[in-house]
Design a protein around this ligand. Structure first.
Ligand code: ZN
Length: 129
């Protein structure tokens, strides 16, 4: 029997999380910002927006998105150990998809959390794909 809640659970590529953590560490103490893509319940694509220089707030001003890519969510970093979304984060979350990753200092394998568009913690499954 298929467990429907398991079936609908968002799956995130392990290598994608690793890439976000590495990029965030690299750009620290600046903020790393990216959009997430994927198909169905699998998130395995990252869209890095090099023209955004004003941190996560810059994404709000963006009307130039890559053509043909369905934005599923966002990923960004905090230069602190705080993994909670700020008010500005919540505003961005509500506008760009339904899967939002925050990574925080020190950017190790446990320094990240995933939220839905309302800022509620999202249980996700890490996959090898
Ligand atoms: Zn934030």
């Amino acid at each position: 029997m298929i467990n429907m809640s398991e079936e609908k659970k968002i799956r995130i590529s392990k290598s994608l999380i690793k890439l976000i953590l590495a990029a965030a560490k690299d750009i620290y103490p600046d903020e790393f910002v990216a959009l997430l893509g994927g198909r169905k319940n699998l998130i395995n694509e990252i869209i890095i927006l090099p023209f955004i220089s004003s941190g996560f707030g810059g994404i709000l001003k963006t009307d130039v998105l890559p053509i043909g890519i369905k934005v599923r969510g966002t990923a960004h970093s905090h230069p602190t150990e705080c993994l909670e979304p700020s008010d500005q984060d919540l505003e961005v979350f509500s506008r760009f998809g339904d899967v939002h990753i925050i990574v925080a200092y020190p950017f190790d394998e446990n320094s990240w959390k995933c939220y839905d568009r309302n800022g509620k913690v999202l249980e996700v499954e890490l996959v090898e794909e």
